[in-house]
Design a binder for this molecule. Structure first.
Ligand SMILES: *Cc1c(COP(=O)(O)O)cnc(C)c1O
Length: 385
C-alpha cells in the first residue's frame, strides 16, 4: 500500500483550544433528529505536503472555507468514520472501541493516498473535544454522542492527482435513541440492477463515493414500499443498507447457526460486526463467562458467503430463524421482509414479545448497549474519556 510521508506528525500535545464565543442552546433530547444537531466545537487538523500536519485546533463549529476547485468537490477524495460516546451511570463519558475506528480510518487514508497519522493521537484529540463539549453529552437512557471524523482533499486544482492538501476534521452530534418508540423490524428490497461494492473496489472503506451512488437505489426501494436496500452482488448477500448483515438458521441437524459474509473488498469491516462476532463466540464458548440472555448456548457463528436463493429456501422450509443488520447508528436492526424476484420472503421476528427484534438480535442489542454504557465490562471495549 502506498504510504505518504508526513513531514510533521499529527500531535495531540500541540492541540490548541479556542472556546466558542457564542455557545448555542442545547435542544431537548426528544427533539433530536439523527445527525442534524451539532455541538459548539469542532476539531480541525490541516495537512500539506511541505509542512506535514499543522498544530490541531478545537474551535467553534462553523462552515468550512474551501476553493470551488478543491478536489473533494470534483473527484471525491473524502472519507469518514462514525463512532459514539456514551454516558455511564457514574456520569463518565465512554468511547466504544475507538481503536477499531481509527485503524479503519487509517486504512482508508492509505487507499485514498491521504497522509497517515498516529491513531492514538487522534483518539486523544477526540477525547479532548468531548471534554470541551461536555455539556452537550446527552444523559437520557439510550442517547449518545455521534462522532464524525472526516478527511477531505482540499488542493485547489482540476487536475486529478495526489491530495497535497488535506483537511481532517471531527464534528459531533448528540443523538437520541435510534428507535424512539421501541425497535421496529425493517423491510428490505434486494438490489437487482445496482451493486454497492464490487471485487477490488472500495466497498471496504468508508469513502463518500460509496454512499453517493447508493441514494437513488434507496429511493427506488422506498417507492416500492421497502425501507432499505439489501445489497447483493449477483445473488450474494453483502450488506443491509449501511449495515453488515447476519442470517440465522436453525435445523435439528445443525442447531442454531448465525452466518455473516466474510470480510473482503465488498464488505465494510464494521466495528459492530466485529463485536457481534466476538460476543456470539464468547457466548458459545463454555469456558467463557459471558452469556447472551435467552440464547441457546449450542450456537455456531460462521463467516461464510450467503446467497439470497439460500435465504429464500430457508424461509420456505421453515429453518430461517432471523435476519439482522449491525452498525453504530442503530446498533442492531432486525428484518421482517425481503423483496426478492418479485415476491416477498418473510423473515421471522420472534424475540421477546413486541421487542421488535429477533431472538439473537434482541439479546445482542441489550448486551452491546450494556457494554457501551459501561454497565457490563467486556475486554477493554469501553474506553473512559
Ligand atoms: C459504517 C458502515 C457499517 C457499519 O460499521 P460500524 O463500524 O459497525 O458502524 C456497515 N456497512 C457500511 C456500508 C457502513 O458504511
Amino acid at each position: 500500500m502506498l504510504s505518504i510521508p508526513s513531514v510533521e506528525p499529527l500531535t495531540a500535545s500541540k492541540l490548541r483550544v479556542e472556546p466558542s464565543s457564542s455557545p448555542k442552546a442545547i435542544p431537548d433530547a426528544s427533539a433530536l433528529v439523527f445527525g442534524q444537531t451539532f455541538t459548539d466545537h469542532m476539531l480541525t487538523c490541516k495537512w500539506n505536503i511541505e509542512r506535514g500536519w499543522d498544530a490541531p485546533v478545537i474551535s467553534e463549529y462553523k462552515n468550512l472555507e474551501i476553493s470551488p476547485a478543491a478536489t473533494v468537490l470534483h473527484y471525491a477524495p473524502t472519507l469518514f468514520e462514525g463512532l459514539k460516546a456514551y454516558k455511564d451511570k457514574q456520569g463518565r463519558t465512554r468511547l466504544f472501541r475507538p481503536d477499531l475506528n481509527m485503524a479503519r480510518m487509517l486504512r482508508g487514508a492509505q487507499r485514498m493516498a491521504f497522509p497517515t497519522f498516529e491513531p492514538e493521537e487522534l483518539i486523544e484529540m477526540i477525547k479532548e473535544l468531548l471534554r470541551v463539549d461536555e455539556r452537550w453529552m446527552p444523559t437520557e437512557p439510550g442517547t449518545s454522542m455521534y462522532i464524525r471524523p472526516t478527511m477531505i482533499g482540499t488542493r485547489a486544482s482540476l487536475g486529478v492527482g495526489p491530495s497535497t492538501e488535506v483537511l481532517l476534521f471531527v464534528i459531533m452530534s448528540p443523538v437520541a435513541k435510534y428507535y424512539s418508540s421501541g425497535a421496529k423490524p425493517v423491510s428490505l428490497l434486494c438490489s437487482s440492477s445496482h451493486v454497492r461494492a464490487w471485487p477490488k473496489g472500495t466497498g471496504d472503506c468508508k469513502f463518500g463515493l460509496n454512499y453517493a451512488a447508493a441514494v437513488a437505489p434507496q429511493m427506488e426501494a422506498a417507492q416500492k414500499g421497502y425501507q432499505q436496500v439489501l445489497w447483493l452482488l449477483e445473488d450474494e448477500l453483502t450488506e443491509v443498507g449501511m449495515m453488515n448483515c447476519f442470517v440465522g438458521r436453525n435445523t435439528p441437524e445443525t442447531g442454531l447457526e448465525i452466518v455473516t459474509p466474510p470480510l473482503s473488498d465488498i464488505i465494510l469491516p464494521g466495528v459492530t460486526r466485529n463485536s457481534v462476532l466476538a460476543l456470539l463466540r464468547a457466548h458459545a464458548n463454555p469456558s467463557h463467562p459471558f452469556t447472551l440472555e435467552g440464547v441457546p448456548s449450542q450456537l455456531t457463528m460462521s463467516e461464510k458467503r450467503i446467497f439470497m436463493s439460500e435465504v429464500a429456501s430457508y424461509a420456505e422450509d421453515g429453518s430461517l430463524s432471523e435476519v439482522f443488520g449491525s452498525g453504530t447508528a442503530a446498533i442492531i436492526t432486525s428484518v421482517e421482509r425481503i423483496g426478492y424476484k418479485g415476491g416477498d420472503v418473510r423473515v421471522p421476528v420472534e424475540g421477546a414479545a413486541a421487542s421488535g427484534f429477533g431472538p439473537v438480535a434482541g439479546a445482542l442489542y441489550e448486551a452491546l448497549q450494556a457494554i457501551q454504557y459501561g454497565d457490563v465490562a467486556f475486554e477493554n471495549w469501553s474506553v473512559l474519556v
